[in-house]
Ligand binder design. Structure first.
Ligand code: HEM
Ligand code: SF4
Ligand code: SF4
Length: 314
C-alpha cells in the first residue's frame, strides 16, 4: 500500500506532476520525504499543518527568508523547521543551464531540493530548509552569483519583462532598468523598514506582461507619444493572405483606425495605445519612435481587472 494514496492521484493523467517531482527528492532525502508525508496528511485531514511564526533570516538581511514550521509531533516531523528562501531572479529570467545546475546542487545540499520556478513576483522560491542551514546556504548562493530577494515590509524583488531581448514591441530597456533599480535599492530590498511591502514592476509596452498595472505599487510601462507605425506593404500582404483588416479596424476600442481596402490609416490623437492592432498585425504595425514610459502608482488588484489598478502619474 502506498504511503501517499491521495497524492498519487495527482500523478495520473498526461500532464507533468509536482508529486512525481517531489517523490524524486523524497527518495533521496528523509527531510524531503517528511514534507511529502505531511502534505498527504493535510490532504487527508483537510487542514494545513504549516504554521507561520518567528523571524528567521541570514546575517545582515531582514528579508528574503520566510519562517515556516510544522505543527506535527517530533516522531512524525523530526525537523519541524521548513523555511522558504526567496532568491532574486535575474532580469527577464535569463539563466544559463550551468547556473541553474549550481543552484540545484546548493539547494539539494541544504534544503528539501524542492524549487518553485517562479513565484508570482518572479523570485526563485526554494521551499524548505532547517534554521541551521540558512546561513551556509545563503553564503553558497552568494558565491555562485545569486542573492536573496525581498519579503515582509520592504521593496520586493523587482520584476521586468524580457523586453528588448526578444520582443519587437519593447519601447524601453526593461532589463537595464531592472538591474539599475535593483542595485540602487539594495538596502530597501534587504532590510524591511516600511509598514508594508512595496512592489515595482517594469513592462516594455502596454501589453504589460508582468502585470505591473494591477500588481505593482509602482508600475513603469513603456509607451510612445507619436503615432503607431504602419507598414502599408505588409498590410496589403496580410490582406492578400485573407486576414480581415476591416475586422481589426472595427475592434480598435476608440475607433482610431480606418481601412479603405487599400490603406490602413490611424488617427494618432485618438489612439489609446491598447496594443490590439499591433498584436493582430505584428508584421505591419509597430510602436512609434518617440518612446518613453508611463509611471503608475498604487495598483493592488487581485486579478488583472477591477477598481484597484494603478493610477497614471502626470
Ligand atoms: C504567511 C504569509 C505569506 C506568505 C508565506 C506569502 C508567500 C508568497 C510567495 C512565496 C509569493 C511569490 C513571491 C515571489 O515570487 O517573489 C507571494 C506573492 C504574492 N503575495 Fe504573498 N505571502 C504571504 C502573505 C501575503 C499577504 C498578507 C498578501 C496580501 C494581503 C499577499 C499577497 C501576495 C501577492 C499579491 C503576490 C503576488 C504579487 C506579484 O504579482 O508580484 N501575500 N506570496
Ligand atoms: S510587456 Fe510588451 S515589451 Fe514586454 S514582453 Fe510583453 S509584449 Fe513584449
Ligand atoms: S493601438 Fe489600440 S487604440 Fe491604437 S490604433 Fe491600435 S487598436 Fe486602436
Amino acid at each position: 500500500m502506498s504511503e501517499t494514496p491521495l497524492l498519487d492521484e495527482l500523478e495520473k493523467g498526461p500532464w507533468p506532476s509536482f508529486v512525481k517531482e517531489m517523490k524524486r527528492m523524497a527518495n533521496l532525502k528523509p527531510y524531503a520525504k517528511n514534507v511529502l508525508l505531511q502534505l498527504e496528511r493535510s490532504y487527508r485531514e483537510k487542514v494545513t499543518h504549516w504554521k507561520h511564526g518567528g523571524i528567521v533570516g541570514v546575517r545582515g538581511y531582514g528579508g528574503g527568508v520566510i519562517g515556516r514550521y510544522s505543527d506535527l509531533p517530533p516522531e512524525v516531523m523530526p525537523t519541524p523547521e521548513v523555511h522558504t528562501l526567496r532568491v532574486a531572479q535575474p532580469a527577464g529570467w535569463f539563466y544559463s543551464t550551468k547556473a541553474l545546475r549550481k543552484l540545484c546542487d546548493v539547494w539539494e545540499k541544504y534544503g528539501t531540493g524542492f524549487i518553485n520556478l517562479h513565484g508570482s513576483t518572479g523570485d526563485i522560491i526554494l521551499l524548505g530548509a532547517p534554521t541551521g542551514n540558512l546561513q551556509p546556504c545563503f553564503e553558497e548562493l552568494i558565491s555562485i552569483g545569486f542573492d536573496l530577494g525581498g519579503s515582509g515590509g520592504d521593496v520586493r524583488t523587482l520584476s521586468c519583462c524580457g523586453g528588448p531581448a526578444f520582443c519587437q514591441w519593447s519601447c524601453i530597456d526593461t532589463l537595464d532598468m531592472y538591474h539599475e533599480l535593483t542595485m540602487e535599492l539594495q538596502d530597501e530590498i534587504h532590510r524591511p523598514r516600511f509598514p508594508y511591502k512595496f512592489k515595482i514592476k517594469i513592462s516594455g509596452c502596454p501589453n504589460d506582461c508582468v502585470a505591473a498595472l494591477a500588481r505593482a505599487d509602482l508600475a513603469i510601462i513603456g509607451t510612445w507619444r507619436d503615432s503607431i507605425k504602419i507598414d502599408q506593404e505588409a498590410i496589403k500582404e496580410y490582406a492578400r493572405q485573407g486576414v480581415n483588416i476591416s475586422g481589426v479596424a472595427a475592434r480598435c476600442p476608440p475607433q482610431a483606425l480606418e481601412w479603405d481596402g487599400k490603406e490602413l490609416r490611424v488617427i494618432p490623437e485618438d489612439c489609446t495605445r491598447c496594443m490590439r492592432c499591433l498584436g493582430a498585425l505584428p508584421k505591419a504595425i509597430l510602436p512609434g519612435d518617440e518612446r518613453g514610459v508611463s509611471i503608475l502608482l498604487g495598483g493592488k488588484a487581485t486579478i488583472l481587472q477591477g477598481a484597484f489598478l494603478g493610477w497614471v502619474i502626470v
